[in-house]
Ligand binder design. Structure first.
Ligand SMILES: *[C@@H]1O[C@H](CO)[C@@H](O)[C@H](O)[C@H]1NC(C)=O
Ligand SMILES: *[C@@H]1O[C@H](CO)[C@@H](O)[C@H](O)[C@H]1NC(C)=O
Ligand SMILES: *[C@@H]1O[C@H](CO)[C@@H](O)[C@H](O)[C@H]1NC(C)=O
Length: 593
């Protein structure tokens, strides 16, 4: 038996030894490749690409995979890069999925090793000055290619036919000539070949794209452009034959589909109007995108202010042109999840109730930005202030909010250990904000929907420090006192002790499973502290706990301890409440029981 154990251990260690150098070598070779790139692009030295810093956590524009073993994305749009990209630099990053070098001054040939990176999905090189031929070897994983606004010449490589995942191809405003190759159009939803020097006829498969996908190529012909027949009568019969059998089939198949699509379209328009009267992010983006292309972007772009430690690099256009999913409406505005590409997700919040002028906003954000990163705080990445639009960008936490975990449909109810862990995590986050932001700095809006759950079900605080910037409509309009301390309702001013009160209400919520705010479909809202005090006074303590928790054994004592802590936090007199540091110590003692 012992011998077997030993053998297994040795085997395990040997396999570990075999894997380890592999992993290290890969991140090391990624680093080496990036430094190779930086050497030829002088401006990059101004970025913090320093071999002493951790490439995954600190290098601007670099995103690694989850285990931080490989570089998977480079985002460096509009940072003033100049020069050639050498071969054997970026092309060596063989786990790269996204390359975004949009809106720089890169020139010369595009090295052929980049397009053949085996994992590459999207490549954004628009608004540079690349010249020469487009390399011919494409990785079959490519889905998004944007080479628009460059000086590429020669033909569109015929090998581009073999890209089954291709969904977007933008080659407009180059000097490409020759005929358009057939493309695999199974996924292709966006095509723009305008303003090149292409000739010949539009391949049959691409005729479903609008005229505007092909304009500005004076020698190009065939649907949707003018017919080729006048130029080359010999091909007329050929064209007609193709038409006659392929047009009837789409009509026969298309009829019912069109009707279904129409019904769906009308339905969604209706739903959209009903649920959300605001212009959606998606509507907004097209307007802005046009502005960008008309060249007004530069002044706008500069106004996106990045917080320290943001390792993503994006600009306003990225935000407004990326696909955005509605996440929810909070007291400060609407949140959208935006995917910059296949691997990076961020959250963009459109703040609705900002009451301060730009200068004040920026000064406050400066203070917010000084708060060091902490594992229990969702970091802000960037902010933006203009007359019509105030945006706040923060990291995306995939597991949703505590309130959706507690009350959402079909979600697993949280067990006791998880609730305790979430409380402790949230307490640590709030304590960090209190100690880092100065004695007057508060979170100001602690509630279940502002506590997000991380992958390992820890509590992570979001939206801190915004309340001084906002109108307090939520207090005025809402009969429910919710999480607000009595003094906040009176004076509209929060203190660190009022954060402690809100945290206490949150703990009561986790213990009782009752929401202090109205939930959809539930009219009755309890004043949680008052209700709990009343029940406890009558010595019915067991009655307050969430029925879901009662099925776990041996936790009653811990729950009672937690209840006592929560009741200390919701003391009516602010000075009677403990500090967040004290709260953490008390919760940690429960854990040791
Ligand atoms: C782009 O590069 C070409 C040479 O390849 C050069 O003639 C042209 O002036 C460059 N354009 C800009 C805007 O730098
Ligand atoms: C298209 O242009 C190329 C040169 O760029 C020329 O060789 C070819 O014959 C032209 N094809 C047609 C159909 O006009
Ligand atoms: C293609 O680009 C041109 C020039 O910017 C534009 O006018 C046209 O609307 C675009 N077409 C599509 C389908 O995006």
């Amino acid at each position: 038996m012992k011998l077997q154990d030993l053998r297994a251990t040795i085997f395990f260690l040997l396999s570990l030894l075999a894997i380890l150098p592999h992993i290290i070598a890969n991140l090391d070779s990624d680093k080496h490749a990036l430094l190779q790139f930086a050497v030829s692009i002088p401006h990059l030295s101004k970025l913090n690409w320093n071999s002493a810093l951790s490439i995954c956590n600190s290098w601007i524009g670099i995103t690694c995979n989850k285990d931080k073993t490989r570089v998977v994305a480079i985002h460096l749009p509009g940072v003033g890069l100049t020069g050639h990209i050498p071969a054997n630099s970026i092309g060596k990053l063989d786990a790269l999925q996204v390359l975004n070098l949009r809106a720089n001054n890169l020139n010369g040939n595009l090295p052929s090793d980049i397009l053949s990176i085996p994992s590459l999905y999207s490549i954004y090189l628009q608004h540079n000055n690349f010249s020469g031929d487009i390399p011919v070897s494409f990785s079959s994983t490519l889905g998004v290619i944007d080479f628009s606004f460059n000086s590429f010449t020669g033909q569109i490589p015929p090998t581009i036919k073999n890209l089954p995942r291709l969904s977007m191809l933008n080659l407009k405003f180059n000097s490409l000539s020759g005929s358009i190759p057939n493309l695999d159009v199974s996924r292709l939803s966006f095509l723009n070949l305008s303003y090149n020097m292409l000739n010949g006829s539009v391949p049959y498969s691409l005729r479903k794209f609008p005229l505007s996908s092909f304009v500005g190529n004076s020698n190009l012909c065939g649907t949707p452009l003018s017919s080729c027949s006048s130029r080359s009568p010999s091909r007329k019969g050929d064209n007609f034959k193709k038409h006659s059998n392929e047009i009837i089939i789409p009509i026969a198949i298309g009829g019912p589909c069109v009707i279904i699509l129409l019904v769906l379209f009308i339905y969604f328009c209706y739903i959209n109007k009903k649920v959300n009267n605001n212009t959606s992010m998606v509507e907004q983006k097209n307007e802005k995108l046009e502005d960008f292309e008309n060249g007004v972007q530069d002044s706008e772009k500069n106004e996106l202010t990045f917080f320290k430690g943001c390792s993503y690099n994006f600009d306003l256009e990225d935000l407004l042109s990326a696909s955005a999913d509605f996440l929810g409406k909070g007291s400060y505005g609407t949140a959208y999840r935006v995917s910059l590409d296949e691997v990076s997700m961020i959250v963009v919040k459109r703040l609705k109730e900002v009451r301060v002028v730009k200068k004040e906003f920026e000064q406050h954000m400066d203070i917010v930005g000084k708060i060091k990163r902490h594992p229990n705080i969702v970091p802000f990445l960037a902010c933006y202030y203009s007359k019509d639009e105030k945006l706040l960008v923060c990291e995306y936490v995939p597991y949703g909010s505590l309130s959706s975990a507690l009350y959402g449909n079909g979600r697993t109810r949280l067990d006791w250990d998880t609730r305790l862990k979430v409380c402790l995590g949230a307490a640590k986050g709030i304590a960090h904000i209190h100690s880092e932001g100065g004695t007057k700095f508060t979170h100001g809006n602690i509630k279940a929907s502002n506590i997000l759950l991380t992958r390992d079900l820890d509590g992570c605080i979001s939206d801190f420090g915004l309340s001084p910037l906002m109108n307090h409509t939520s207090i005025k309009n809402n009969k429910a006192v919710g999480y607000h301390a009595p003094e906040v309702i009176e004076t509209r001013k929060g203190t660190q002790k009022s954060d402690v009160y809100s945290f206490g209400v949150l703990v009561l919520e986790l213990l009782t499973g009752k929401s202090p705010l109205p939930l959809p479909g539930h009219e009755d809202v309890v004043n949680l502290p008052r209700w709990v005090r009343a029940v406890v006074k009558e010595e019915w303590t067991a009655e307050v706990f969430d029925a879901v928790l009662m099925k776990y054994h041996n936790i009653q004592e811990e729950m009672v301890h937690m209840l006592q802590i929560a009741l200390l936090c919701v003391a009516k007199v602010p000075d009677m409440r403990p500090s967040m540091g004290e709260v953490i110590k008390m919760i940690e003692q429960i854990k040791h029981l």
